[in-house]
Write a protein that binds this ligand. Structure first.
Ligand code: PMP
Length: 463
């Protein structure tokens, strides 16, 4: 079959896209005035667009392409599975081999308290499952009044009703009267932006203790769970001060509430451990997963359920009225299994911990010396650059938050590197297969982008 991109020139594709396609998280009117970029091919860490430009995928798609693009082995596994059993459901007392194999594999890969998984198609659906399951758990435990879920401002847990509500993105809440009742938010551990006069460690303790205060304010007997990303991704790669997670752990150990570590970005090697919780020594009761589970080859997510929570399902009678048509889709499970095969065979997680992680971190952190950069941070293979108008002064931000970030992102793309802009910070999260040479190219492209952005801002009189 001929690919659409071979039939239509770029301009025609753009016109059709503008006429018929509504993009996620997009000002459609603005996009259509400008036109979309059209990606037609990808291999490893490289994208090709419809004009034949080669661009480095510094974001692994949307933080998901751990094994890189174009792995034939995954396509073959999906093809074989589809030829055998393209679809069957896991409702009504039925199951199938790929879902069994993937569930067992995840039980083995995850920390010891996790032996069960519920499947879905995305991170948002995983968090919808969280929302419903924590309440069901407390109902089963005879404590139905424990309903409130505590999330964090600027956390991201998806864009469905539950995902948006659990997340702390105020702009999203503003559309449609969210969060839904029964969700509350506490401060995020974002020292660079919100640490005031405190040292990072003082601020980390303060931010952690906001959890304790919230539990006391609401009443422990009413709180069901606390949900947090080990490192906030979409919020701008917020790496908490070292004091933060130990203090949260102390608080959780003293309180009878569930802890949900959203592993949708941090899971599957991003921090150099299979799960971000392991990097920080956390012991969650639930772990939503997606993205790196299949490296994005097919949509699949899931919720890893600890033995403690699973007891409400497996040891107690009662049906949990929850499930999706595509829970445990055979082809998606086959993609995930083939992806995990590659990750284990190529030791990608170990590589992030011992090799490419430290290699890129050292070079990325050196970008902190650039006059436009207030802070360069990176853990594993996920990092951020905070752009500032006045070096050395983290209190001063650019006017019209986001304008400089967007400018820098557009320049970066033109230079041949996908970075994402969050407010006025630049984010990268490259595939875990990034080579040393590609890491050097990434940093060189990022440096050129900073130089070009700085020159443009000078021209505009903004720095
Ligand atoms: N949780 C986190 C931590 C995420 O980063 C995301 C997506 N960026 C989600 C949940 C939602 O996942 P999805 O887009 O697959 O619904």
């Amino acid at each position: 079959m001929t690919a659409v991109s071979n039939i239509y020139p770029t301009a025609a594709l753009r016109a059709l896209d503008a006429a018929h396609h509504i993009h996620p998280f997009t000002d459609t009117k603005m996009l259509n005035a400008e036109g979309s970029r059209i990606i037609t091919h990808a291999e490893g860490v490289w994208l090709t667009d419809s004009d034949g430009n080669r661009i480095m995928d510094g974001m692994a798609g949307l933080w998901c392409s751990q094994v890189g693009h174009g792995r034939q082995e995954i396509a073959d596994a999906v093809h074989r599975q589809m030829s055998d059993l393209s679809y069957y459901n896991t409702f009504f007392k039925t199951t199938h081999p790929p879902v069994i194999a993937l569930a067992e594999r995840l039980a083995k890969l995850s920390p010891p308290q996790f032996n069960r998984v519920f499947f879905c198609s995305s991170g948002s659906e995983a968090n919808d499952t969280v929302f419903r399951l924590v309440r069901y758990y407390w109902d089963q435990m005879g404590k139905p009044e424990k309903k409130v879920i505590i999330g964090r401002w600027n956390g991201y847990h998806g864009s469905t009703l539950a995902g948006t509500s659990l997340g702390g993105m105020k702009a999203m809440h503003g559309q449609g009267d969210l969060p839904v009742p029964g969700v509350t938010h506490i401060a995020q551990p974002y020292w660079f932006g919100e640490g005031g006069d405190m040292s990072p460690d003082e601020f980390g303790i303060w931010a952690a203790q906001e959890l304790e205060k919230a539990i006391d304010r609401i009443g422990e007997d009413k709180v069901a769970a606390f949900i947090a990303e080990p490192i906030q991704g979409a919020g701008g790669v917020i790496i908490p001060p070292e004091s933060y997670w130990p203090e949260v752990r102390r608080i959780l150990s003293e309180r009878d509430i569930l802890f949900v570590a959203d592993e949708v970005i941090c899971g599957f090697g991003r921090l150099g451990t299979w799960f971000g919780s392991q990097y920080f020594g956390l012991e969650p009761d639930l772990m939503p997963i997606a993205k790196g589970l299949s490296s994005g080859y097919l949509p699949i997510g899931g919720l890893l359920i600890s033995d403690k929570v699973a007891s409400a399902l497996v040891d107690m009678p009662g049906e949990f009225y929850h499930g999706y048509t595509y829970s445990g889709h055979p082809a998606c499970c086959a993609a995930a299994l083939a992806n995990l095969d590659i990750m284990e065979r190529e030791k990608l997680v170990e590589r992030v911990a011992d090799d490419i992680g430290p290699y890129l971190q050292a070079r990325w952190k050196a970008l902190g010396e650039h006059p436009l950069v207030g802070e360069a941070r990176m853990t594993g293979l996920v990092g951020a650059l905070e752009l500032v108008p006045e070096k050395g002064n983290r209190r001063k931000a650019f006017d019209n938050t986001g304008t400089v970030g967007t400018l820098c992102r557009d320049i970066s793309f033109r230079n041949g590197l996908v970075m994402r802009a969050v407010r006025d910070s630049m984010i990268i999260s490259p595939p875990l297969v990034l080579s040393h040479d590609e890491a050097d190219q990434l940093v060189a492209l990022a440096r050129k982008t900073l130089d070009d952005t700085h020159a443009e801002l000078k021209r505009q009189g903004k720095v």
